[in-house]
Design a protein around this ligand. Sequence first.
Ligand SMILES: N[C@@H](CCC(=O)N[C@@H](CS)C(=O)NCC(=O)O)C(=O)O
Length: 233
Amino acid sequence: MEPYDLWYWAEIPGRGEFVRLALEAKSIPYRDRARAEGSAALAKDMTRPRAEPPFAPPYLVCGDLCIAQVAAILLHLARRHELAPAERLDFANQLQLTISDAVAEAHNVHHPVATGLRYEEQKAEAARAAEAFRNERIPKFLGYFERILSQGGPWLLGEAWSYPDLSLFQLIEGLNYAFPRRMRSLAGDFPLTFALRDRVHAMPELADYLASDRRIGFSEDGIFRHYPELDPG
Ligand SMILES: N[C@@H](CCC(=O)N[C@@H](CS)C(=O)NCC(=O)O)C(=O)O
């Protein structure tokens, strides 16, 4: 089949990584265009005339198809490439949208006032946002996934992995990077969710990818950022 073109900022894992993990786990051919050609090529591609243009990256292009929004991209891939059982796609999408909510909240911790301002310009507000995120929102999100896993498991949709598992892995990786102290303190309360992270990490389908330089590390340019002052002991 013709490879997909994935467009996402070249320098960070960000939201592109949720799409990459699904493509990699199913060995779906794709070209990571901005990683090959640079983020300027992405900015240029965004301005191309298109019937259904994306608002923001990541987006996936294949022939006439151009689809943006992580959850919409993954639902599309799941339908075409069996990344979740057909009869569970609505629930898979619900789980994915919940993960997208958590990702957006994690970003808003270090940018609570405006995305266009630097973190250093909103540190006081970020400290307040981080306290609520650490104390209320992380446990609430993890508690939700723990509840789903406690109803069956060992994967979110039961006995086989599906794409929301890959995304939950990436969410936990991001939270572990940004809030290592808080996440360590929560691990014992959400054993099934943390075990799911380990299970995805050990998937043979992802072994080559996770060890490769295609896998980009987290940094303070991305969505999940580690600022020690936002994760006090
Ligand atoms: N809800 C969208 C969010 C997309 C998004 O915020 N993309 C970021 C990069 S992670 C971006 O470049 N946004 C530009 C903008 O919002 O102006 C998704 O899940 O894909």
